[in-house]
Design a binder for this molecule. Structure first.
Ligand SMILES: C[S@@+](CC[C@H](N)C(=O)[O-])C[C@H]1O[C@@H](n2cnc3c(N)ncnc32)[C@H](O)[C@@H]1O
Length: 207
């Protein structure tokens, strides 16, 4: 409990003091994620979960596109509150899940599992193992998992916290067994402070 408490207060502090547009991870349009949604022809009634979604605009774009079964998970109540306030009435169409991704126990199955810049905060092998097992049971056979993490050329920390860097190979190795690789590539993210962060994005299909 102490660990989630510490992580939660860190992120609550971030979401209390920093505006969305000031955060290094800010994207007005999450184009890589939306590109995968389009490329994979994810159905409008698909169950989609955004892990560590924070107050990202991904959910807004999905609602604009007509997606109806969206869940956003985060361990920071402040992050979820900000997203809900921003979406106002539209927030009622979304399921908001307050949980630690490393301990998450899903109650439904998903067609598309999205995680940009949350998985890389799991640095303990036991947490990573739990995450992979959870994703493998919660994603429907044929469903997809999209993960975006800092690459080995990317930052070593995010928001002052240690992260684990990945290559396309090491990220694929984490999920192999339960998933089949669809596509992996690296992308430069340009932060609002005009710095560049190199990411690895991978999509896997649940066997
Ligand atoms: C760098 S931000 C990225 C936010 C969003 N995914 C985006 O791309 O804009 C990381 C987010 O992950 C959340 N987070 C970090 N560790 C987490 C964990 N173990 N479980 C759930 N959420 C977590 C943080 O609260 C924060 O909202």
């Amino acid at each position: 409990m102490e660990a989630i408490g510490t992580k939660q207060s860190h992120w609550d502090q971030v979401y209390t003091t920093k505006k969305l547009e000031e955060s290094s991870w800010y994207q007005p349009r999450p184009s890589v994620s939306l590109g995968f949604i389009q490329q994979l022809s994810v159905a409008k009634d698909a169950t989609i979960i955004d892990i560590g979604g924070g107050d990202s605009l991904f959910v807004d774009h999905l609602l604009d596109l007509g997606y109806q079964n969206i869940s956003v998970l985060d361990l920071s109540p402040k992050a979820l509150e900000r997203a809900k306030n921003r979406l106002s009435e539209r927030a009622k169409a979304v399921k908001w899940i307050l949980a630690d991704a490393a301990k998450f126990e899903p109650t439904e199955q998903y067609d598309f599992w999205h995680d940009r810049a949350a998985f890389h905060f799991l640095t303990k092998d036991t947490d990573i193992l739990h995450y992979v097992q959870t994703a493998s049971t919660a994603i429907k056979p044929g469903g997809h998992l999209m993960i975006g993490t800092f690459s080995e050329q990317g930052p070593k920390k995010c928001s002052g916290l240690e992260i684990r860097q990945y290559s396309t190979q090491s990220l694929s190795e984490v999920f192999t067994g339960h998933f089949q690789k669809v596509n992996c590539f690296s992308v430069d993210h340009h932060t609002p402070a005009q710095t560049v962060q190199n990411f690895i994005f991978c999509v896997f299909r649940k066997k």
